[in-house]
Design a binder for this molecule. Structure first.
Ligand SMILES: N[C@@H](CCC(=O)N[C@@H](CS)C(=O)NCC(=O)O)C(=O)O
Length: 167
């Protein structure tokens, strides 16, 4: 939203002690939740991203061409599906579980890495300005970099080591 120039306020909640106002309006009881200017609560990252695309000018009108746009959406969806898996990876109870989950995450990152290899001419996924697909993968790359730096494990994605996602 910052990139789009849309004004917003953030309210953090405790996921261990979710407030009643949140549970009353979030059907999936999960974050993120976006409350629009008209006071409409929206949940599910993909639905929120789509709403922002529809409501505010696209950052990247060139991706509006249907096949390209659908492709971006599909990769963004691949990214958002991994959020919870990555949370579990970072919260592994022991070394063996951590390594099993690390292997799973490594395979997922390998897929996006092979996609990125075909898109090296632009700064971001498919253009020189940020779009939903970058937004979807940004937290994954950032957290992978945090895991890498914190635990000194082999990096999940080679690009992470040298990229600007590093904290
Ligand atoms: N499908 C949802 C998943 C969101 C999600 O997994 N949120 C997690 C935080 S990373 C959450 O709220 N966990 C708390 C819970 O499920 O009780 C989306 O894409 O928005």
């Amino acid at each position: 939203m910052k990139q789009r120039g849309v004004p917003y306020e953030i309210e953090y909640i405790s996921l261990k002690d979710k407030p009643k106002w949140f549970l009353d309006i979030a059907p999936n009881a999960q974050v993120p939740l976006l409350i629009t200017e008209d006071n409409i609560p929206l949940s599910e990252s993909d639905a929120i991203a789509e709403y922002l695309d529809d409501e505010f000018p696209l950052l990247r009108p060139e991706i509006n061409k249907s096949a390209c746009r659908a492709r971006q959406r599909s990769w963004a969806y691949q990214g958002t599906k991994l959020y919870l898996k990555q949370c579990s990876h970072m919260q592994s109870g022991n070394q063996q579980i951590f390594e099993e989950r690390q292997e799973f995450m490594r395979k997922q990152f390998a897929k996006v890495e092979s996609f990125l290899k075909g898109h090296t001419k632009t700064q971001y996924f498919c253009a020189d300005i940020l779009g939903n697909i970058d937004m979807a993968w940004l937290p994954l790359f950032h957290r992978a970099a945090v895991v890498h730096l914190t635990l000194a494990v082999a990096s999940l994605v080679p690009q992470v080591q040298s990229s600007e996602w590093l904290p």
